[in-house]
Each structure stands twice: as structure tokens, then as C-alpha cells.
Ligand binder design. Structure first.
Ligand code: SF4
Length: 678
């Protein structure tokens, strides 16, 4: 038996664990007792992180479509077909007819290389990844207020804080080890406010549970700030020393009296006043949020409000405080850091800045790089339908299940002249591809992941990939070389990281040698920089913290006579994302086998729905049949469906309306009807 320390491939918490192997196969998992986040524990997904790796469904050879069918091919043939296909689209329709989708499940080095391939080889900034679907509003909103779009503090700050304000995060289900740390903080006496329409597990431990209407977060937060200002509870010295734009904020929230806030949120004025006073009265307060506030057509505004609240009360730049977005996937932070974004190179360096472009062009070799920001992934689907995007390269993502309005996504993908999918399993999206490239999973390659707290950690190879599968970085390098481009010959991922460090200020001091055993938190600029557990201590990345006033906008689609229920979607404890890995893990699949809809008992009785009986849920975009789960977790008038299940795909129903600034879809609210299915 051999134990190898590596990083959990699931959520952004970033637990490290030991993969136990024997005779070239994984046989189990052990937690790391010394890791500062895991601390000897794992959630059920972490305990089962080995189980999907040797699944018989793994892709073992490249597949090329011929006469409508996918057939096995050699690597030489597949690489030739991919390069010819992408070059063909480029020659016929221009570079910007191509779209590259990177992956929050791939390593930093692989995200960096795909970004380099898109920009250097195919001359397009059309590169994005699934942060577009979860935290693009965080990047825009927090960059606007603080100059940096990352979690400001560390998970360990939960041990020292006086108050935790959880808004839009079902933390015990999505980020279980952070959830249990919040519960431990509550047990030791930290105050806990939970703002969530559903009665989630954390709500049982809360001093105050705010069940505000879905999509009314701006109204709630503006009203809390109105109370804080009108009752003289702001942190005056912080405000004066460290912030700008305060008068604009004060003016914008002045009309948001608790009564007005109550009318929009469905709370009582007293609840809003209590929340405001509790938050402002804490000696240190952490805001924890996730996709419950980011996945809205006003997601950026929600994030800005959180930042405004923290600035108003001086809760940034110190221990036990901060604005802390919890990243959903293992390396969604790294995907953003590495520039798998249409407007940034690695380190959030703008493609519009000529000096930055020159820096990358000089290092990469070759001529000018494209200057115009590319298309966000969510807008690329529309562009594909309109014939503006003709070729797509998707690495390690399954947009057919994860995008809103699945019918729209399918039509867009089917319309492409050329689709390449690089994957570990033949996903729903891969089945549509012209070429499928089999890749190694996290246990079969080296590299780094960056967790939600900006902790860059080593991923280690434990077993060989199945059949002819290769690591994503090897495939991308081979594609670039086959396209005749130099600068893609690497001995291994550590050499790619050395290049990242040269070009990316936040990663400037990161080397593989320095990452053992438990990683470094960026910014880590120089070889002797110990990393940065807390951002914005002396000054914000943008200098002064910038208050950013927000005007309330209601959700794009509200219930009406025809569709009288609010549908919200999310994850469950046992599954992750589109279920590609967890549904191939026996124990996890056994625990949660099928899709369901949570419905309040009052609604269920009125509609004649019984527990586990089939219910048809319909929106303007589609209809699915799922089992009824009758529960007071949801209030009357609200339904919840997890989005992991292809046979009851919640995203057939969701609304693909986008936030105008971040292009994130409004996954968290749409109008539906529900009835008993005969
Ligand atoms: Fe893995 Fe997240 Fe569970 Fe930790 S909390 S074991 S990172 S899924």
C-alpha cells in the first residue's frame, strides 16, 4: 500500500487527502491530519474521491466521428483532425469564429496552456470557463470595490470571528468542511446570521434566519446598510481612512428604510433591523456567500452590496472578517487566475493593455496578440446559434447539462461546424462532438489546483491513465506543436508553472518545491514571500476601497398565473456538478439516485402530490418529471431541484437571461408550474 498526498478533486474548499494505491490501482482515501483545512476530516465526496477513477466508462482512446458515428482513432489521426478542423474554421470564418472552453476541474497549468493555445496559436480571446456560470459576478463585483475578485480572507478566520453572515450559500451541502467549521464557530459562541429562503441546515444553528424572497438580496442588503447608517453604526475611522465614494452609497440606500426593505423581501422590518444591528455590532464579521447570490441577472449587484456592507463596517483587511465567496469547483479560482477569461491573461492582466499584450507576445514568441476582449461562454452559445461561432473546443466541461435552458445549449452545440471535447468520460456534450480526446483525471497527472482561499496546492500523480488517455497539458501541447507553433515543449507541469510565475505577478514566488506540503496562498510575489492569508490589510488592491451604489432590480422572471411557483436550483451533499464523477461512484449514487423536487407540504396537499410520486415541473423553456420530496425546507410557493441529474435536468427549465455585466445566467430563479403526473 502506498499513500500519496494530493488535493480533493471536488469542491473549492481544497482539502488535501492521501490516495491509497496498491499494484497500480487506487484502493482508498485517508484524510490529512496536518492540513490546515482538512484537519483530519473529509466529507463523503472526499472519502470517495478514488472511486470513479477506474470506472469502466473511462475514455481510453481518441474518438473521431465518421458517417455520423464516433469510432476509435490513433492520437496522430485525432490531433491531425482537430488541428485541421480548428484551422479550417479559422481560415473560412476568422479566428473569432472559434471558442475555447477551459475547465475548473483541470490544473492551473492546463488552464494556462489552453489560454495560451487560444491566444497564441488561434489568435482569439474567445476563451472562458465555467466560472462564467458560478462566480463571474464575483470577479466583476469585488474587482470593482476592492481591485481583486478573490476571497479576501482564509477559512481559518472562521475560528476567530465574532459573527458569520451566510448569504446564498448552503455551505454544509456544497462546501461541507467549511460548513462544519461554521457550525463549530457557532458552538463556541460566534453569532450566525443565515439569509436563505430555504431552511438549510445552517439555519438551525443561526441566531437569525432571514427567509427573504428569492432574488431580493439587494433590497435586504441596502436596507441593512440604511439601518447601519441611520443609527450611526458605521465604522467611521475605517470609512474615512480606507474608502471612497461614501456619500454616493449613503444617498443610494437612504430610501431603503426597513419598511421598504420588508415590502420587497417579505421579511419584517424588525428582522432587517436586527440583522443590521447584529452585523454592525460584531467586533469582526465575515460575509460568506456562494451561488445563491451570484447566479442572478443582478449577480454583480448582489456582490457589490456585500462589499459595501463590509466596507461600511470596517470588516475588510483583518482577521475574522472579509467578503468570502466560496468557489464551487476544485480549481475555479485557478481557472480565473490563469486567464481562462475573455478579457484577462493570467493574473487578471487586461488583454486591452498594449504593454501587457507585448509582455505576453514577447515571452510566447510570435507577433501581436488579439486586443479585443473575447466572448463569454454564455454568449458564445447565442453566437453559435447565429452562426458567428463555428468551432468550439471544450476541455473537461459538460455545458449540455450545466448551461441554463438545455434546449438552447443543445441547438447551439449541434449547429457548430466543428466540436472537440476533451474529457475523462463520454459526457452528454462529448456525444455531440466531432472528435473526443481522452484525458487523464486528477489522480493520473501532476499539477496544481488553487482553492477558494487562494491556496495553490500540489496535485500528484498516483496511477497511470487508462488506455491511451493523456494529461490535458500533454494534449494541448501536442495540438500546438501540430499547428506549427513553438513554445509548447515542456518537460512537465513544473516547467509550465515556472512560465506562469514569470508572467503572473500573484504567482511570481510560486515553485513546486515551495508548495510542499500544504501550498501557498497568493499573492506570493517573490521566492521568499510566505504568501498572503488575508488580502487588503494595509491598502486595497485598487488603493482605497470603493463604495459602489446599487439600484434594486427584480429578477427577470417572476411567478404569474400560468407559472405560479418560483424554482431555484442547487447541489446536494452527495453529488457534484453534472454528476459525471459522483454518479459513477457507487456509494454516492446509492445515497442519492434520482432527481427530485422539494415542495412545501401546503402546496403538495393543495396539488394532491404525495411523497416520492412523480411530479411534472414546467417552465416556459421545457418540462421534466421528477419525484416529489415534501419538505418544509422550502417555503410555500418555492420549489427546489438539484441540477446533477440528466434524467430530470433542472437546466431544461432554467432561464438563460444574463447579468448585463458578468454574463452569468439567472440559474437561481425562474417561474414554473407543477402538477401531479398521472
Ligand atoms: Fe473534497 Fe470539498 Fe469535501 Fe473537502 S469539503 S473533502 S474539498 S468535497
Amino acid at each position: 500500500m502506498k499513500r500519496t498526498l494530493t488535493v480533493c478533486p471536488y469542491c473549492g474548499t481544497g482539502c488535501m487527502l492521501y490516495l491509497v494505491s496498491q499494484g497500480g490501482r487506487l484502493v482508498g482515501v485517508e484524510p490529512s491530519s496536518t492540513h490546515p483545512v482538512s484537519r483530519g476530516s473529509l466529507c463523503v465526496k472526499g472519502w470517495n474521491a478514488h472511486a470513479f477513477v477506474h470506472h469502466p466508462d473511462r475514455l481510453t482512446s481518441p474518438l473521431v466521428r465518421e458517417k455520423g458515428e464516433l469510432r476509435p482513432a490513433t492520437w496522430d489521426e485525432a490531433i491531425t483532425v482537430v488541428v485541421a478542423g480548428l484551422k479550417g474554421v479559422q481560415d473560412r470564418h476568422g479566428s473569432d469564429a472559434l471558442m475555447f472552453a477551459s475547465s475548473a476541474k483541470a490544473t492551473n497549468e492546463e488552464n494556462y496552456l489552453l489560454m495560451k493555445l487560444a491566444r497564441r496559436v488561434f489568435a482569439t480571446n474567445n476563451i472562458d470557463h465555467c466560472a462564467r456560470l458560478c462566480h463571474s459576478s464575483t470577479v466583476t463585483g469585488l474587482t470593482d470595490c476592492f481591485g481583486s475578485g478573490a476571497m479576501t480572507n482564509s477559512i481559518a478566520c472562521l475560528d476567530d470571528t465574532d459573527l458569520i453572515f451566510v448569504i446564498g450559500s448552503n455551505t454544509t451541502e456544497q462546501h461541507p468542511l467549511i460548513g462544519s467549521r461554521i457550525m463549530a464557530a457557532a458552538r463556541r459562541g460566534a453569532r450566525l446570521i443565515v439569509a436563505d429562503n430555504r431552511r438549510i441546515r445552517l439555519a438551525r444553528h443561526a441566531d437569525l434566519h432571514l427567509r427573504h424572497h428569492n432574488g431580493s438580496d439587494v433590497a435586504l442588503l441596502n436596507s441593512m446598510m440604511q439601518v447601519i447608517i441611520s443609527q450611526g453604526l458605521t465604522n467611521l475611522s475605517f470609512r474615512e481612512r480606507r474608502t471612497e465614494n461614501y456619500p454616493l452609497l449613503a444617498e443610494s440606500v437612504a430610501e431603503w428604510t426597513p419598511e421598504r426593505g420588508a415590502a420587497v423581501t417579505g421579511l419584517t422590518p424588525g428582522e432587517i433591523v436586527d440583522a443590521a444591528r447584529l452585523f454592525a455590532g460584531a467586533s469582526s464579521a465575515m460575509i460568506i456567500y456562494a451561488m445563491g447570490i451570484t447566479q442572478h441577472s443582478h449577480g454583480v449587484d448582489n456582490v457589490r452590496c456585500c462589499a459595501n456592507l463590509a466596507l461600511l463596517t470596517g470588516n475588510v483587511g483583518r482577521n475574522g472578517a472579509g467578503v468570502n465567496p466560496l468557489r464551487g469547483q476544485n480549481n475555479v479560482q485557478g481557472g480565473c487566475d490563469m486567464g481562462a477569461l475573455p478579457e484577462y491573461y493570467s493574473g487578471y492582466q487586461s488583454v486591452g493593455d498594449p504593454a501587457i499584450r507585448q509582455k505576453f507576445a514577447r515571452y510566447w514568441g510570435g507577433s501581436d496578440l488579439p486586443a479585443t476582449p473575447g466572448l463569454p461562454l454564455t454568449r458564445a452559445m447565442d453566437a453559435a446559434l447565429q452562426g458567428r461561432i463555428r468551432g468550439m473546443f471544450i476541455m473537461g466541461e459538460n455545458p449540455l447539462l450545466s448551461d441554463p435552458d438545455q434546449t438552447h445549449a443543445r441547438l447551439a452545440l449541434e449547429k457548430l461546424d466543428f466540436l472537440v471535447v476533451q474529457e475523462i468520460f463520454l459526457t452528454e456534450t462529448a456525444r455531440l462532438a466531432h472528435v473526443v480526446l481522452p484525458s487523464a483525471c486528477y489522480a493520473e497527472k501532476e499539477g496544481t489546483f488553487t482553492s477558494t482561499e487562494r491556496r495553490v496546492q500540489l496535485v500528484r500523480k498516483v496511477v497511470e491513465p487508462p488506455g491511451e488517455a493523456l494529461a490535458d497539458w500533454q494534449i494541448i501541447s501536442a495540438l500546438a506543436r501540430s499547428a506549427g507553433c513553438g513554445g509548447f515543449s515542456y518537460d512537465g507541469p513544473s516547467e509550465i508553472m515556472a512560465e506562469i510565475a514569470v508572467l503572473t505577478p500573484q504567482y511570481g514566488g510560486i515553485t513546486y518545491e515551495r508548495l510542499a506540503p500544504h501550498g501557498l496562498q497568493w499573492p506570493c510575489s517573490t521566492p521568499d514571500d510566505p504568501g498572503t492569508p488575508i488580502l487588503h490589510r494595509e491598502q486595497f488592491t485598487c488603493g482605497l476601497g470603493r463604495f459602489s451604489p446599487v439600484t434594486y432590480r427584480p429578477p427577470a422572471e417572476l411567478p404569474d398565473e400560468e407559472y405560479p411557483f418560483v424554482l431555484t436550483t442547487g447541489r446536494t451533499y452527495c453529488h457534484w456538478h453534472t454528476g459525471t464523477m459522483t454518479r459513477r461512484t457507487h456509494l454516492l449514487d446509492r445515497e442519492e439516485r434520482a432527481p427530485f423536487v422539494e415542495i412545501n407540504p401546503l402546496d403538495a396537499t393543495r396539488l394532491g402530490l404525495r411523497e416520492r410520486e412523480p411530479a411534472r415541473v414546467t417552465s416556459r423553456r421545457g418540462s421534466i418529471i421528477v419525484a416529489a420530496r415534501i419538505s418544509t425546507i422550502v417555503p410555500p410557493g418555492v420549489l427546489f431541484i438539484p441540477f446533477h441529474f440528466v434524467e430530470g435536468a433542472a437546466n431544461l427549465l432554467t432561464n438563460n437571461v444574463l447579468d448585463p455585466e458578468s454574463s452569468i445566467p439567472e440559474f437561481k430563479i425562474c417561474a414554473v408550474s407543477v402538477r401531479r403526473e398521472a
